[in-house]
Design a protein around this ligand. Structure first.
Ligand SMILES: [Zn+2]
Length: 335
């Protein structure tokens, strides 16, 4: 009976010790694992944060990022080169090509205007490169717009260059009267009012004084835009539209020999010199207008042309006995 009890107690003791032993091994394993994990995290923190060393993946991503950044910078430099070339072309276009053919210069706003409307760069607003990509896309978009406007402008110039011969005969480049028979009594620019002498104002043309009834000739091919008493103070007036941005005005006329809408050619007599309107003596008030702005007519009157050359070019007209044609004041339909 005693021996049996002793045998049972021994098994139990062995079983209890076995469980304790296995539990200890398990706890030891868990502790070892946690210690290893802690050491790994600690060394990683030292590696990255203290020593500022990179993991292989981080190093590869950084290299790719730098390469992309470098490529974008090169691309931006190339676009800047294209933009600089376009800028030079734009300046030459406005100052030379369009100017020569009497075209309005294209403004900077028009050349650089965007496409407007919806946000075309919405797809680029996410990610690390979104700012740089959006900026680059907008930049390229502007350069494309500049190239398009420049191309359209050169199309206009090309079209006009085909009318070079027509333009040469339309630009007002001769004296409107026999220069031997007149003298410039008032130049272009600010002057005292010739009648009241009480104030100064801009004189938008030149005054060519001479005898009443002298022939007045149109200085370039064109179409009569206005004829008659149109502007207060100018008396009998003729306005000619020469195209290519040019217009000329002849004022204080005596007889008006053309009507609105009539085509005229350089050297054709269109009127006689007079003293009508706000005038203190017989003279021709002559204006040259280019793109809506008054220019000094003296710069357009060819002084090298001899009297014989001038006489052979002009065509005199018979002036009515009444010496005054009733002005109709209608405007031409030509734009
Ligand atoms: Zn005048």
């Amino acid at each position: 009976m005693f021996l049996r009890k002793t045998h049972i107690g021994k098994d139990k003791i062995q079983s209890v010790f076995g469980r304790i032993f296995r539990r200890k091994n398990f706890l030891r394993g868990v502790l070892s694992f946690c210690a290893c994990l802690g050491m790994f995290c600690f060394y990683s923190w030292i590696y990255i944060s203290v020593l500022h060393l990179e993991t292989p993946k981080h190093a590869r991503l950084r290299k790719e990022y730098e390469e992309l950044h470098s490529r974008m910078n090169i691309l931006r430099l190339r676009v800047e080169d294209v933009e600089a070339t376009l800028e030079q072309l734009n300046i030459r276009d406005n100052d030379v090509y369009r100017s020569v053919f009497g075209l309005e210069p294209v403004s900077e706003e028009v050349r650089r205007a965007g496409y407007g409307g919806t946000d075309r760069f919405e797809h680029l607003t996410a990610g690390d490169f979104s700012g740089a990509l959006t900026s680059m896309e907008k930049y390229i978009n502007t350069v494309n717009k500049m190239a398009y406007v420049q191309s359209k402008s050169l199309d206009d110039v090309k079209q006009l260059s085909g009318r070079l011969g027509e333009m040469a005969s339309c630009v007002p480049i001769i004296y409107p009267v026999f220069k031997e028979n007149v003298q410039i009594s008032s130049s272009f620019g600010y002057r005292e009012d010739p009648v009241s002498h009480s104030y100064y104002k801009i004189h938008s043309g030149v005054d060519l004084s001479g005898k009443r009834g002298q022939p007045v000739f149109v200085t370039g091919d064109g179409v009569v835009k206005e004829a008659g008493r149109v502007l207060s103070g100018y008396g009998n007036t003729i306005l000619i539209d020469h195209g290519f941005g040019y217009m000329t005005r002849y004022a204080h006329l005596d007889a008006v020999l053309v009507t609105c809408g009539q085509k005229v050619t350089r050297g054709e007599q269109i009127a006689t010199l007079g003293n009508t309107g706000h005038s203190n003596g017989p003279h021709l008030h002559y204006e040259v207008i280019f793109r809506g702005s008054h220019k000094n007519p003296k710069n357009y009157m060819n002084s090298e042309m001899t009297a014989q050359e001038y006489a052979s070019m002009v065509k005199l007209k018979e002036v009515p006995k009444k010496n005054k044609r009733k002005a109709n004041g209608r405007k031409s339909s030509r734009k």
